[in-house]
Design a binder for this molecule. Structure first.
Ligand code: GDG
Length: 472
């Protein structure tokens, strides 16, 4: 079957699971991207191409709950070199301000190229004549050019979910030119922020030598590539509805009770990733307790650290560091039944996440660098009583839209401590003024609007109508 719309991402929106009787099946892994794209895919009878996780080979295209899914298999060695290696130990740290040291290995790069080719071939097989292919994220940056070579008839869009680094950092990459040329296979390259789009256009001018004009790159063959910002968002209505439900509010109360009904709850929710600034934030909080500004009798910090990329060395080291810090803070500062930090290394259903957002008085989101950060937006969506306070890093893409948060520099421990206290002590009136403004922003710019804007612009630029898009 060939389709008018193809979405291709590293992962399929389902996981391979083994049932109790030993047979294999599929379980939906609903994330923001799935909820944004599902309605569009259904409307256009589109297909989703991606890796189902695991190392099973020879999987055929299948249907799950009415969605057409096309699996791309990876061997164990490919998972190691392409996914854990080049994607998560080279590109991820490089694109996040080199917060950790990127590793450069030629075998990983070879694997990145061959897997990108496999994805491109799969897309070429399933896209209809003149159809649209939307490529997602840093794992697949070579797909646009590879696909264009196979299928020049297609309209190709690319969206990067993580930051695009400034040229001074990107230049470190031994394969910098190939990556830029890979992306230039698209008609439209979307980023989270205008700054990322500008970084890209500047690098193309410097490194590939093409003529550029604001958001446009003019290629020698006459084609124009557009680069612009499309800040991603969440299913705002869905989160708010969940947050208003009886069961979620009941559960939020239970969470408070189980913690001994503290006056104030601070909350952090992140994948356990070194870009998220978990260590520094807990340290700042610990100092406030040690200095007597915050009392464990009436406050607690819940930190949810969702297990992530556990096969990658840097992530294992980070986990040990945080375990040690939490142990020390609770050992030094906690009392019986009153930990300073309630630390949870686990993932939770959406309902439980919403209950935690409902329970939290101060939400702390302090990444060193983050493409957007959806947790900040989800918290805002759940605060339908216009209460609660958000402390947000200036270096998260979300800071561009959530200007009324308490904005912090996560490298500045004293600055973070002051912001924690200000948010903690702010009057109800101040909190609600800020929250109302942020809620308006997110409700007007939800994930459906994001997908619609990107796809409309892609259709326009493909038809030569995209003169100067926003952003660069
Ligand atoms: C990348 C970029 C960009 C987390 N734990 C659980 C759970 N989650 C959900 C959250 C949120 C999502 O995962 C995490 O999104 P973030 O945006 O916070 O961060 P990344 O995973 O790093 O995502 C980021 C994003 O892509 C989208 O473009 O914003 O900058 O790094 O939705 O709620 N969901 C459930 N249980 C958990 O335990 N159900």
């Amino acid at each position: 079957m060939q389709s008018e719309l193809v979405v291709v991402a590293n992962r399929l929106p389902v996981d391979r699971v083994t049932m109790s009787d030993g047979t294999s099946g599929w379980r939906k892994s609903p994330g923001g991207l799935v909820s944004a794209l599902e309605p569009v895919l259904r409307r256009q009878d589109g297909v989703w191409v991606g890796w189902p996780g695991g190392t099973e080979s020879g999987l055929e295209p299948f249907e799950d709950d009415g969605l057409h899914l096309v699996p791309v298999s990876l061997s164990a060695q490919e998972v190691e070199e392409f996914y854990e290696g080049f994607a998560n130990a080279t590109l991820w740290p490089l694109y996040h301000d080199v917060v950790a040291k990127p590793e450069f290995h030629r075998e990983w790069w070879d694997s990145y190229q061959s897997i990108n080719r496999r994805f491109a071939q799969r897309c070429a097989e399933v896209a209809a004549e003149g159809g649209t292919v939307w490529v997602q994220d840093y794992q697949l940056q070579l797909v646009p050019a590879m696909l264009r070579e196979l299928r020049p008839d297609l309209r190709i869009g690319f969206y990067l979910h993580i930051p695009f680094p400034p040229s001074e950092l990107f230049q470190q990459l031994p394969w910098r030119r190939q990556i830029l040329e890979g992306l230039l296979g698209a008609d439209l390259v979307g980023f989270q922020t205008p700054a990322a789009a500008q970084n890209f256009v500047r690098l193309v001018r410097q490194r590939v030598g093409h003529r550029t004009q604001r958001s446009q790159v003019h290629l020698p063959d006459g084609r124009t590539v557009h680069a612009a910002a499309y800040p991603i968002s969440i299913d705002y209505a869905g989160f708010e509805e969940l947050a208003r439900s009886e069961s979620v509010n009941q559960r939020a109360k239970e969470i408070r009770q189980m913690l001994g009904d503290p006056a104030k709850i601070f909350l952090g929710v992140d994948r356990l990733d070194y870009t998220k600034g978990i260590y520094a934030r807990l340290r700042a909080y610990g100092e406030l307790v040690r200095e007597g500004e915050i009392d464990v009798e009436d406050s607690v910090f819940i930190q949810v650290a969702v297990p992530s990329r556990e096969q990658v060395e840097q992530y294992r080291l980070l986990r040990d560091e945080i375990d040690r810090l939490v142990g020390r803070l609770n050992g030094d500062l906690g009392q019986i039944g009153r930990p300073a930090i309630a630390y949870l290394h686990s993932s939770y259903p959406r309902e439980e996440m919403a209950a935690m957002y409902r329970a939290a008085d101060v939400m702390v989101v302090t990444p060193y660098r983050d493409g957007m950060n959806l947790v900040a937006k989800e918290y805002v969506a759940c605060r339908f009583e216009d209460d609660g306070a958000l402390v947000l890093s200036e270096f998260a893409g979300a800071a561009e839209e959530l200007r009324q948060a308490w904005l912090v520099n996560p490298y500045d421990l004293n600055g973070m401590k002051s912001a924690f206290l200000e948010a903690f002590r702010a009057s109800p009136k101040e909190r609600s003024r800020r929250m109302r403004a942020m809620r308006r922003q997110v409700s007007r710019n939800d994930v459906a609007a994001w997908a619609a804007r990107f796809l409309t612009d892609l259709a326009d630029v493909g038809a030569g109508r995209g003169h100067d898009l926003n952003g660069a």
